[in-house]
Design a protein around this ligand. Structure first.
Ligand SMILES: *[C@@H]1O[C@H](CO)[C@@H](O)[C@H](O)[C@H]1NC(C)=O
Ligand SMILES: *[C@@H]1O[C@H](CO)[C@@H](O)[C@H](O)[C@H]1NC(C)=O
Ligand SMILES: *[C@@H]1O[C@H](CO)[C@@H](O)[C@H](O)[C@H]1NC(C)=O
Ligand SMILES: *[C@@H]1O[C@H](CO)[C@@H](O)[C@H](O)[C@H]1NC(C)=O
Ligand SMILES: *[C@@H]1O[C@H](CO)[C@@H](O)[C@H](O)[C@H]1NC(C)=O
Ligand SMILES: *[C@@H]1O[C@H](CO)[C@@H](O)[C@H](O)[C@H]1NC(C)=O
Ligand SMILES: *[C@@H]1O[C@H](CO)[C@@H](O)[C@H](O)[C@H]1NC(C)=O
Ligand SMILES: [Ca+2]
Ligand SMILES: [Ca+2]
Ligand SMILES: [Ca+2]
Length: 921
């Protein structure tokens, strides 16, 4: 299928984006419906066609619509990237009869997705998932599966070691030349009648096509110009076999749904939804990075109280974090990252923290922060507590790269700084350990991320609770954010729209005055409650002003000679997400999202999606210089499905933020909503280009190479290279590369994971290139998954031992029960979990005495629930399913081996339905 945007394709054309989105929305709806049923709550299907917003609402998780959209977007980008990265590798597209090789990519990838989900590395799971959906979908477009008359997907593409079909011999002719432009009859009759599977050859070299084989077809494919001419692809309605495009696309959607069902079976419903960015409470993670060195003894108690209170306040509410994350750091130790969805577990971890060690005054702060940035979901809000300067300042540029890449916000809560010292001289005399110059590092990092540096005394720490709770709450949106360093008088305007609640201004700095002017013209310069300001909180270097809501254009005037930051936030469902994208120069066109800084001094594009409203549109996208007032406007082109491409003639030369203006003409409101939102993250462009291949899986104990390329449009010279990974795995790479302006240099990072690294572990590798004298830097951030060789590809099986039923005509007065054995076979890795997919009876499991490889299952249900389906997953994620039933209307009492003819046992695995009559057991 195509990866070009759908507006460049003929009408009714489905591309990889649309196919992927349909299946993701479809399966997510199925999962939410099943969960609602299991929980006994109502479920209303969203209206067709499904949208992320509609599905999030049906899943009772409207607050997750942004993270859900983002998950879908990531998977789609990763899918499309396959055409950009490997346009000519036939295995990734099921071209050239590479069926076995294509299937291998899919089945290995499925194992990686399952292993990543098991470790709750959802970001990585999405990446892997996108990559394998591409070949899976291409099978239906590039092979003759549809022409063979198949109306169901080929389930064996997601199962290793099964028959994909009757694959044509290398020497067997499969096509004849097309009749002019008419290719509808070019597959040979014997191929069709004998149900032989083939696929088209594709490439710029005609010599790659063996005699008599079909071609892919269309302009880029030279092989289709030699006999047999023409092609068989169904990529779009105008392709050689375009008349079968819709059928192929629908099969691709069904096949994608089937693969997702398999992932769901292995993960379980809730974790599957988490992979999709949908959680019950808030869509946000709560992420703390805490200094546990001795000097924190006093503060640590305050930090514990603070964090415990935040956890308690939010448990069970809409603001309950989707996941809790903690990284502690000391010196020289830091980490590990602790990640849990269980508030009680998290609180225990926090309350058991103790302060000790650390030696000198400087601590491993950035190392701890690096772990948090790589382990937290994208767009998280991190809170770092310390009283010390950083020892590992060499990580600064790596941290900035990770901030830009993940669009995560980092907030520092600093006790014992000189700012607070001047406030409470006596109290801090003995505990002051951090100078203004040292705090500057934190300011730089916070500023890059759009976060705050809050300097307070230990006694003021509880005041920070409100800030944390607010920043980590659902629906929090940034409306404006600006920094002036050095400080100067300036004014900032912003729009508060109808959807925004609790509009609030955060100011950090010292010795400033402000004036806030609301749309109707009243102004206020004091923080006491008044007509403009509803209330305020101040402590240390920060001030929070809560505004009396009024819709329209506001202004804040600041006067200060010291550096300051102004941030306007509020709560609203309407928000946006975006990626820097480039158009591929490859054969298939299409966007790809940058894993690096965008190019400086040239044109650039951003793909923007509005979230939280199906009717909202983007009207203006502006790149605003962070420290100054330069603004670069873009041309906005709608792409359909709530996506907008914003193109600028030139990327800003200084740091910038992305400001989006839009409107929403909802039926509910007579006036349209005009809204303003802004990225928290500050971005930079670069004259350096750095690319790296980020594919493949890391096998523990085996060296893994990551080749990378660096190019500069700026001055040449010796460029510093830094390759950092967040797991402290052994790694080797060049430390510098010589580059002439306009030339390309290459290097390789070699990594190796220790033998005992568990499958599903994620590894984040940041490769940075820095121009001479630090004039410019660029980076590429790569995510890898560790996967031990999987040898067990067989799902567990069930065997019914005993079924007994007293079912009578009146089902509610009778019940049935079942006992069964479940095993993963002698060579299997063992059963990991069992769950009920269908049936509302009671399930009990135990291990057979003396044989831990056998799980005994007993199940009792009312005769009104005559069917049950058991899902059985082994330790590497192979999913088996067994269905049992008493049969409707069956009234015979059953016992022992006298089984009702209605009773059957079936084993369904990965879509293959195998039904076995038990009557003759
Ligand atoms: C295509 O990709 C597969 C899987 O990564 C790889 O094993 C194979 O060597 C590649 N083929 C070519 C021709 O590069
Ligand atoms: C939607 O997903 C379900 C499984 O979750 C699958 O049975 C069904 O075929 C899918 N629908 C389409 C249109 O692919
Ligand atoms: C950017 O400029 C190049 C030429 O310099 C042009 O080929 C390309 O189409 C432009 N891209 C966009 C998105 O305008
Ligand atoms: C890129 O190079 C141009 C000219 O060589 C220079 O003016 C500009 O500052 C550089 N940009 C960055 C981000 O280094
Ligand atoms: C770059 O480094 C190499 C070796 O470290 C050195 O020989 C060379 O002179 C350097 N070139 C420049 C332009 O600094
Ligand atoms: C990498 O650079 C070396 C020279 O340093 C060159 O021989 C090699 O071909 C380059 N590799 C690639 C893949 O471009
Ligand atoms: C069926 O059984 C239930 C429970 O024993 C009883 O309440 C109900 O009246 C019975 N219904 C009929 C139609 O016999
Ligand atoms: Ca310390
Ligand atoms: Ca220390
Ligand atoms: Ca197994």
């Amino acid at each position: 299928f195509e990866i070009k945007p759908s507006q460049l394709l003929p009408p009714q054309s489905l591309n990889h984006w649309g196919i992927t989105e349909s299946a993701l929305l479809n399966v997510t709806v199925q999962v939410c419906r099943a969960l609602a049923k299991a929980e006994g709550t109502d479920f209303t299907f969203p209206t067709q066609p499904f949208t992320a917003e509609g599905v999030a609402v049906a899943c009772r998780a409207p607050q997750s619509s942004k993270t859900f959209s983002q998950a879908i977007q990531n998977i789609k980008f990763r899918n499309a990237r396959v055409d950009i990265r490997y346009p000519f590798n036939a295995s990734f597209h099921f071209d050239e009869e590479k069926f076995v090789q294509g299937r291998k990519i899919i089945t290995e990838g499925i194992m990686a997705v399952k292993a990543s989900n098991k470790q709750e590395n959802y970001e990585l799971a999405r990446q892997e998932l996108g990559e394998i959906l591409h070949p899976l979908q291409d099978f239906y477009s590039h092979s003759n599966w549809v022409e063979l008359g198949n109306t169901l997907p080929n389930s064996n593409l997601i199962r290793p070691f099964s028959s994909i079909g009757n694959i044509a011999d290398k020497s067997r002719a499969t096509c004849r030349s097309c009749d002019g432009n008419d290719c509808s009859n070019n597959i040979l009759e014997d191929i069709i009648s004998e149900q032989i599977l083939t696929s088209g050859y594709f490439g710029v070299l005609t010599s790659t096509k063996p005699k008599g084989k079909c071609s892919h077809g269309e302009w880029f494919d030279r092989t289709s110009k030699i006999s047999p001419t023409g092609g068989i692809n169904k990529d779009s309605p105008s392709s050689s076999h375009g008349h079968l495009h819709t059928q192929a696309a629908n099969l691709a959607i069904a096949a994608t749904s089937q693969l997702l069902e398999d992932i769901r079976g292995a993960a379980g419903d809730r974790p599957f939804l988490q992979m999709m960015g949908i959680s019950r409470g808030s869509s946000k993670a709560l992420c703390f990075v805490i200094d546990t060195t001795k000097s924190m003894s006093d503060e640590l108690d305050a930090v514990k109280t603070l964090t415990s209170t935040i956890i308690d306040t939010n448990v069970g509410t809409k603001n309950e974090p989707s996941v809790y994350i903690l990284v502690t750091f000391n010196d020289p130790a830091f980490g590990p990252l602790i990640r849990t969805t269980d508030a009680a577990v998290f609180k225990n971890v926090i309350t058991s923290l103790t302060a000790s060690g650390g030696g000198d005054n400087e601590e491993m702060i950035l190392s701890g922060l690096q772990l948090a940035l790589t382990g937290a979901p994208f767009n998280s809000e991190i809170f770092l507590f310390t009283d010390s300067p950083a020892k590992d300042t060499q990580l600064k540029s790596t941290i900035i790269a990770l901030i830009e890449r993940t669009q995560t916000v980092v907030n520092f809560l600093i006790t014992g700084s000189t700012v607070t010292k001047s406030w409470r001289r006596s109290e801090l005399q003995q505990s002051s350990r951090i100078t203004a110059a040292e705090v500057q590092l934190y300011r730089d990092l916070a500023q890059a991320s759009g976060g705050q540096v809050i300097e307070v005394t230990q006694g003021e720490l509880p005041t920070a609770r409100g800030i944390i709770t607010k920043l980590a709450s659902s629906y929090m949106v940034t409306i404006l954010q600006a920094v002036r360093s050095p400080g100067k008088a300036d004014s900032f305007s912003f729009i508060i729209d109808q959807t925004v609640t609790n509009p609030t201004i955060y100011i950090t700095g010292s010795s400033f005055t402000f004036t806030v002017i609301r749309p109707t013209g009243e102004s206020q310069s004091t923080e006491a409650a008044g007509s403009v300001i509803k209330g305020s909180v101040s402590a240390g270097n920060f001030k929070i002003l809560q505004l009396n809501k009024q819709v329209g254009l506001w202004e804040i005037k600041m006067v200060s000679t010291n550096p300051y930051t102004v941030k306007v936030i509020g709560q609203s469902a309407i928000d946006f997400l975006f990626d820097f994208v480039e158009m591929s120069q490859g054969p298939f066109g299409g966007f790809y999202s940058l894993e690096t800084r965008p190019r400086a001094g040239t044109n650039g594009s951003l793909l923007i999606s509005v979230t939280g409203s199906d009717s909202a549109t983007v009207t203006d996208v502006t790149l605003v210089e962070s420290l100054g007032s330069e603004e670069i406007k873009s041309v906005v082109v709608p792409q359909g499905n709530g996506n907008f491409l914003a193109q600028v003639n030139r990327m800003p030369s200084a740091e910038f933020v992305v400001r989006v203006m839009g409107r929403d003409d909802t039926a509910a409101s007579s006036t349209s909503i005009i809204f303003q939102r802004q990225s928290s993250t500050n971005f930079r462009a670069s004259n350096l280009t750095i690319t790296a291949d980020s594919d493949g899986l890391l096998v523990p104990g085996e060296p893994f190479s990551v080749p990378f390329f660096v190019m500069t449009n700026g001055r040449g010279g010796n460029f510093t290279i830094r390759a950092t990974n967040d797991r402290q795995f052994d790694s080797a790479s060049p430390t510098s590369l010589f580059l002439e302006s306009g030339s390309i240099a290459n290097g390789t990072v070699t990594l190796s994971a220790p033998l005992n690294t568990p499958s599903g572990t994620d590894l984040t590798l940041t490769i940075e290139a820095e121009a001479p004298e630090g004039a410019d830097t660029n980076y590429v951030v790569l995510y890898f998954s560790v996967l031990k060789m999987v040898t067990d590809f067989v799902h567990p099986v069930c065997e019914a031992l005993h079924v007994q039923s007293t079912c009578s005509k009146n089902c509610s007065s009778s019940s049935w029960d079942l006992s069964a054995r479940v095993t993963d076979g002698a060579d299997g890795v063992g059963v990991e979990h069992l769950s009920l997919r269908q049936g509302n009876g009671t399930l009990n499991t135990s291990l057979e005495a003396g044989n831990e490889n056998i799980t005994l299952v007993s199940y009792t249900a009312s005769c009104c629930s005559p069917d049950m389906e058991l899902l059985v997953v082994d330790r590497v994620g192979n999913v088996g399913s067994c269905s049992f039933s008493t049969g409707k209307g069956s009234s015979a009492a059953l016992s022992g081996s006298t089984l009702s003819p209605f009773l059957y046992l079936s084993i369904v695995a990965l879509g293959l339905y195998l039904q076995t009559e038990l009557g003759d057991e």
